[in-house]
Design a protein around this ligand. Structure first.
Ligand code: IPE
Ligand code: IPE
Ligand code: MG
Length: 237
């Protein structure tokens, strides 16, 4: 019998907060607030369902295009969430990691992120990766800059740049590629998320808006994943 196929790494594009709120005649911020509660529930669900890595896309490099008010709200909310969630992460052996450009974030958010990463760095039960001010292309640009710097310094030969070296220069160094990508609220696109890492990831899109995403929706995605046959370029049986 085939063993049950479980994803080690689940990545989620948490989309639809704005639409969720607008449909209810509420401000977009209310959708984000609800979305934050769902982030907390989803971390608990991932722990319970035995997922090893959970990557959550919370703010893209392109989300700076939104109103100043919305951007400020999202920055503040992120800081509050990390700070309030930290005791739970520590208590439950959960590691926290951030991917994205830290240098462009407000000082207080940067230090909340650093503190979260530092205080949980030895935790092993689950790794929660928060993609905040993250863009797949920006990540590749930063990786190319790092590699080019190493070449210039003489510690790396151009011929030694292989897939492993590129992967090790990305923000996600040391994190396995996602097995399953979930996108909520129906959009069939990647929106600059994990472009390198998603190479052979199974895709699952649900129409459910992020604030309505529950453990049962997570389980549905895992159930669908179990049905997939992964070939990585190999031939059909
Ligand atoms: C996802 O919800 C959260 C962020 C991108 C910050 P949206 O805010 O994109 O919600 P919609 O897509 O406008 O409904
Ligand atoms: C993707 O959602 C980014 C996050 C969920 C953080 P967007 O709402 O920004 O994506 P587009 O603009 O619909 O592609
Ligand atoms: Mg959106």
């Amino acid at each position: 019998m085939k063993p049950v196929q479980r994803p080690l790494h689940v990545a989620i594009i948490m989309d639809g907060n704005g639409r969720w709120a607008t449909r209810r005649g509420l401000p977009r911020s209310e959708g984000h607030r609800r979305g934050m509660t769902v982030v907390r529930q989803t971390i608990r669900a991932a722990l319970d369902l035995g997922v090893g890595y959970l990557t959550l896309y919370a703010f893209s490099s392109e989300n700076w295009k939104r109103s100043e008010k919305e951007v400020a709200f999202l920055m503040q909310m992120c800081e509050v969430m990390i700070t309030e969630e930290l005791p739970f992460l520590i208590k439950n052996d959960i590691r926290f990691r951030h991917i994205g450009r830290k240098e462009e974030l407000p000082e207080t958010l940067k230090s909340a992120i650093r503190r979260g990463e530092d205080l949980t760095k030895n935790n092993r039960a689950l790794c929660v990766v928060l993609a905040f001010n993250y863009g797949g292309r920006q990540e590749m640009v930063d990786a190319v800059r790092r590699l080019a710097g190493d070449v210039k310094e003489g510690c790396l030969a151009p011929d030694d740049i292989d897939e492993k070296a590129v992967a090790a220069s990305l923000y996600t160094a040391g994190i396995p590629d996602p097995d399953l990508l979930v996108r909520t609220s129906g959009e069939m696109r990647l929106s600059n998320f994990l472009l390198w890492q998603i190479c052979y990831t199974e895709l699952y899109v649900t129409k459910v808006f992020w604030p309505d995403f529950r453990k049962k929706d997570f389980e549905r995605a895992l159930k669908e994943f179990r049905k997939r046959t992964r070939r990585f370029g190999g031939a059909h049986d």
